[in-house]
Write a protein that binds this ligand. Structure first.
Ligand code: ZN
Length: 162
């Protein structure tokens, strides 16, 4: 059912940055796989950063008329650094936009919200929505108090030099 304590480090970890998490984007999957009712596709996704493979997984995408399932197989690091084989599935749901067609969404396995992106931070074993993992954007974690002196100093410096 999820709720408090369902993320592995509870409230003891710092806020994880959204930029650091492995991301799954529904529009990317739909575009790449040609997802449509009746389709059944398999692929391997690889995430790169700085020329290195950061994460990879086997996925299967299959869809009925209005719903679908994303199945994922990947290796995650457990508490002691041991490698864990994870097999997970995420429900896909659809809405019908005004202009017709189908719009696909992930249903977050923890909170049940419809979302377009799921994330897996380095400390997590599963993909969840941004809120369930407590992810914040890098820019929002820098408070004004932290940023302000540097900006002020730069502006003063530029004026003096210019
Ligand atoms: Zn969620």
């Amino acid at each position: 059912m999820g709720g408090y304590g369902s993320t592995r480090w509870g409230n003891h970890r710092r806020k994880a940055l959204i930029e650091e998490a492995t991301r799954l984007d529904i529009s990317f999957l739909v575009h790449e796989s040609g997802l449509r009712p009746g389709s059944d596709k398999h692929s391997r996704l690889v995430w790169m950063r700085d020329g290195h493979v950061r994460n990879s997984m086997r996925i299967g995408l299959c869809a009925q008329e209005r719903t679908g399932v994303l199945r994922m197989s990947y290796i995650a690091l457990g508490w002691g650094g041991d490698r864990l084989d994870i097999d997970d599935s995420i429900e896909l749901v659809t809405t019908v936009p005004h202009f017709g067609g189908l719009r696909w969404w992930f249903r977050c396995p923890e909170c049940g919200r419809r979302v377009t992106k799921l994330y897996m931070p380095y400390w997590a074993l599963h993909f969840r929505c941004r809120l369930c993992h407590g992810l914040v954007y890098e820019s929002s974690q820098n408070s004004r108090h932290d940023e302000h002196p540097l900006n002020r100093w730069l502006r003063r410096g530029c004026r003096r030099l210019g």
